[in-house]
Design a protein. Structure first.
Length: 262
């Protein structure tokens, strides 16, 4: 019995030494609850609360490092979003409406990045939308719609497809076609502007060398010769446009095509 008494005393000592913090608002309602380690870093479960006492946010830390998902709640106790930390500045997010998955994708530097999936209320995939970073701004790039969550609805969306040659060799002409699914008209005029020195966020498009290719019937023929071996990226944009009487419209899809030159 003396052994258990000593053990209980030790456990009580360590428990009492934890720096458990509770924050309250002016009306003495609990707003935050968390634990700090000796270095004043978050360590353990971190919670935030709404004015009515319901959970708002739950996070898990270990010595100041976020180690698990972040769960955000609505005021009615339903989940609004779950965030999963990835590499630096990136989160994989699942958004919910009345506890049903509504969308999922990656946030990078507080912007949607890459392909996001959007779901119907019954959980079936409705569409996929691609977001790209254009010189620090989020841009809605390509989009695909689906039937029964599987088959692409070809009448809708705005995207491009291509098939590169099996091998691309230095100093040899490489040919391929880009197939463009238009948005603003069935058969718009097409311009494809590309370069091999364009930044990944397309910031220097107006300052670097760009080649222009014209398309027809939503097909763009591309011919290019590389003078050096290695991994390359053809970057630029497809511009579709049309003009009828006093009205006109245009739309850009930004393109990033990775290639390996042998």
């Amino acid at each position: 019995m003396r052994y258990f008494a000593i053990l209980f005393t030790i456990l009580l000592f360590f428990t009492s030494c934890k720096n458990e913090i509770k924050e309250y608002d002016a009306e003495q309602k609990l707003t935050k609850e968390y634990t700090l380690n000796d270095e004043k870093q978050f360590d353990g479960i971190y919670k935030e609360f709404y004015e009515n006492g319901n959970l708002k946010v739950v996070k898990h830390f270990e010595n100041g490092v976020l180690i698990d998902s972040i769960i955000n709640y609505n005021n009615d106790k339903t989940i609004s979003q779950v965030q999963f930390p990835l590499k630096k500045d990136s989160l994989f997010c699942k958004n919910y409406y009345k506890n049903n998955l509504e969308s999922e994708g990656v946030f990078y530097q507080n912007m949607k990045h890459g392909k996001w999936k959007y779901f119907k209320t019954n959980g079936v995939l409705d569409k996929v939308v691609e977001y790209v970073n254009i010189c620090g701004n989020q841009y809605t790039n390509q989009g695909w719609y689906f039937k029964n969550g599987k088959d692409t609805i070809k009448e809708f969306g705005n995207y491009y497809n291509l098939k590169l040659p099996k091998s691309i060799k230095k100093n040899q002409l490489a040919k391929f076609y880009i197939y463009h699914k238009p948005l603003i008209a069935l058969n718009p005029d097409l311009i494809f502007c590309i370069g091999t020195d364009v930044d990944e966020n397309f910031c220097n498009l107006e300052k670097t060398k760009i080649d222009t290719v014209y398309g027809e019937n939503n097909i763009i023929p591309v011919e290019i010769i590389f003078r050096n071996k290695g991994k390359k990226n053809l970057r630029g944009f497809i511009k579709e446009y049309y003009s009828v009487k006093d009205s006109s419209a245009s739309r850009l899809i930004y393109v990033d095509i990775p290639m390996t030159v042998e």
